[in-house]
Design a protein around this ligand. Sequence first.
Ligand code: FE
Length: 339
Amino acid sequence: MTTFVRRSPIAVLAVVAMALTAAACGGDDSDTLKVYSGRHYGIETAFEQFTEDTGIDVEFLTGNDAELRERIAAEGEDTKADAYITVDAGNLAAAADDGLFRSIDSPILDAAIPAALRDPEDRWFGLAVRVRTIIYNTDEIDAADLPTTYEELAEPEWAGRVCMRNSTNVYQQSLVASLIAEHGEEEALRIVEGWADNAEILSNDVLIIESVADGLCEIGLVNHYYLGRALEETPDLPVDLIWANQDDRGVHVNISGGGVTTYSKHPEQAQQFLEWLATDGQDVLVSENHEYPANPDVPAEPLIATEFGVDFVRDELNASVFGSLNPDAVRLMDEAGYS
Ligand code: FE
């Protein structure tokens, strides 16, 4: 039987391992806020701090994004979930499309979170920012010789020199969705065909960083926080990043975020929880994972502020587009032979 967890790391791991094999059975008559989370990074510290600040207890269940959405849908009106938190706007948009979120009217969230990072219908809100950009081996290639855009990575010059993420990954799908939004399908197809010709396709971002560090690829495309973590562990790692597309639309930014479930039993507290994560809790939410704050009034944590900086041009495309164009992105990658 799967139970909700309250602030015990060991128990969290147990729930991840057992994820979704049985119905949730936490004490459902209490005032405890229940959160289903597909975002695993550093959530526990944030939840503890929220309880300390507000007196509202939080229980949470972690698992695979698609499985958590299926679970909330299957539980329907009886769901225990008051809030669903996850990574990537593609996943948030999928939850909204499935009717799992209610629209919420929150002046606090509207003020804290830039419009590009939240659903136009106020069903979900970005809470942390992840930037998918170009990394390179600092021993193998001069910064001056680097490609400066996603589009350039399709040029023949980069054949066999770049590592990229597999097509089933939502991070890569969202990046391709942003290419479709920018260029239209025909041109986006041409770019992704070039990527398919040039790239070694790997199954996760950590592997891409390791391959760049080992010189197996000169450059790669990853979410910045994976490099933040790698540099935290190995400060002299010969890998650095540049922000892509600084002379045009800006680098591709995505979010982790959340919303209040349609059948939440504690919608006011769930909204308060999101509002807290977007304001007082921003720092504790993003710091452990080296994400950038979604709230522009909150400073970035020292490692990324120092290593990567905070001044860069971000693509302002609304994150909801990553969801709406996701089926097109998946089809286009298939058509391009990008696996
Ligand atoms: Fe990630």
